[in-house]
Design a protein around this ligand. Structure first.
Ligand SMILES: Cc1cc2nc3c(=O)[nH]c(=O)nc-3n(C[C@H](O)[C@H](O)[C@H](O)COP(=O)(O)O)c2cc1C
Length: 374
């Protein structure tokens, strides 16, 4: 959206995540909006992710003498400006031509990392360069039937200076997303998963969601549905990078991930896009935190829409959180500078929440800061 368009819009000021969401809804074509906003099945899990944050209350503390809180955290030896990053999202160019490089640069200006999707529309090396050294990006990997595709991406990420790999464990193939089926959604032909070899990318661009070449159909033909936990150690050995498993929703899977060599887990239900009926990510967090027992960092994505939401997840044991859809909404609303503005707002909201709850540092945020629903 241009500045002029923003100024004449009903919510001219972009002050919180909802403002960016509204702005994106106004500028994005309907089918692209549905592709981003939608979830699987009846979208019960999608709705639960945001609702879960609304049911937790924060405990205010008075005269806590916090002063200026320190929002920084260390993850894999890198200092982040806040315990906040951008989750892997396919095809940022659907939202804005600045694409992944724009998002990476905007996040890095605040010392925050982007997890680059396997389905990025720009070369990994270009995105890596845009991020600079403040907060190197991580690369997300799906497990392809052709193992060499997955392993080739892992090697490229290591060579380009990515900081970690993220294996998405919840997607043996894509969930059934009814909005895309109803819209016969197509990824526009000019947007392509340029980091995949042509054989692996073939079916993923430009065809109807119901047709043989739809993103959903592509995932069925290209992804390896019988992948097991051995992929974690294999990717770690090939790349020399820490491997984080995304899509861990139970204590059982947390144990399996750590036994397999994972150096971090992301509690995530893929933003409600895979198993409809899965619990909210926030509701699954305590079980995973208990199972992990401090062995490795625990991250969370799904429904984080403010700095206060980030604070809530930290209080329940997360080391940091990632935002998904809001990053694309901010990109649609204002390109890279929209992303920078949104992340800066969320970071400011976290600062406010720390001050009002009496927390000077991120590690000091614990369960005493919240009241769970009875
Ligand atoms: C449009 C879109 C594309 C996504 N693409 C990927 C992807 O390529 N890889 C992946 O692991 N997760 C992907 N996800 C899931 C996100 O990483 C994340 O789990 C989810 O969006 C978090 O929920 P939130 O959107 O409520 O913040 C995608 C989500 C959306 C909305």
């Amino acid at each position: 959206m241009t500045d002029a368009a923003a100024a004449s819009s009903p919510r001219a000021q972009l002050l919180d995540c909802a403002d960016f969401t509204d702005a994106a809804h106004r500028v994005l074509p309907g089918d692209v909006w549905d592709f981003i906003a939608g979830g699987a099945g009846r979208e019960r899990t999608l709705a639960a992710n945001e609702a879960a944050f609304g049911s937790v209350r924060l405990r205010p503390r008075g005269l806590a003498a916090v002063g200026e809180p320190d929002t920084t955290v260390r993850v894999f030896g890198t200092r982040w400006g806040a315990p906040l990053g951008v989750a892997p999202l396919a095809y940022h160019e659907l939202a804005h031509s600045d694409g992944e490089a724009g998002t990476a640069k905007a996040a890095a200006e605040l010392g925050l990392p982007l997890i680059v999707s396997t389905f990025a529309g720009q070369p990994l090396e270009r995105i890596r360069a845009a991020a600079g050294e403040a907060a190197p990006p991580w690369l997300q990997l799906y497990c392809f039937r052709d193992q060499e595709v997955t392993e080739g991406l892992a090697r490229r990420a290591a060579a380009a200076g990515y900081q970690a790999l993220v294996v998405t464990a919840d997607t043996p193939y894509m969930g059934r997303r009814l909005r895309d089926l109803r819209n016969h959604f197509r990824i526009p032909p000019h947007i392509r998963p340029v980091n995949l070899p042509s054989a692996a990318r073939q079916a993923s661009s430009g065809s109807a969601a119901t047709g043989p070449d739809s993103p959903a159909a592509h995932s069925r033909s290209a992804f390896r549905a019988d992948q097991d936990w051995t992929v974690v150690d294999r990717l770690r050995r090939i790349s020399g990078l820490p491997v984080v498993v995304k899509g861990v929703m139970t204590g059982q899977d947390a144990h399996a991930a750590i036994s397999a060599g994972a150096e971090g887990v992301i509690v995530s239900n893929h933003g409600g896009r895979q198993l409809d009926g899965a619990p909210a990510a926030l509701d699954a967090l305590p079980e995973v935190v208990t199972a992990v027992g401090g062995c490795v960092p625990v991250f969370l994505d799904g429904g984080v829409r403010s700095g206060a939401d980030a604070f809530t997840a930290l209080a329940l044991g997360a080391n940091a959180v990632f935002v998904g859809r809001p990053a694309l909404y901010a990109l649609a609303a204002g390109g890279a500078s929209g992303v920078r503005q949104l992340l800066s707002i969320m970071s400011g909201e976290l600062t406010d929440t720390m001050v009002f709850t009496g927390h000077r540092t991120v590690p000091s945020i614990d369960a005493t800061a919240v009241e769970m629903p009875r």
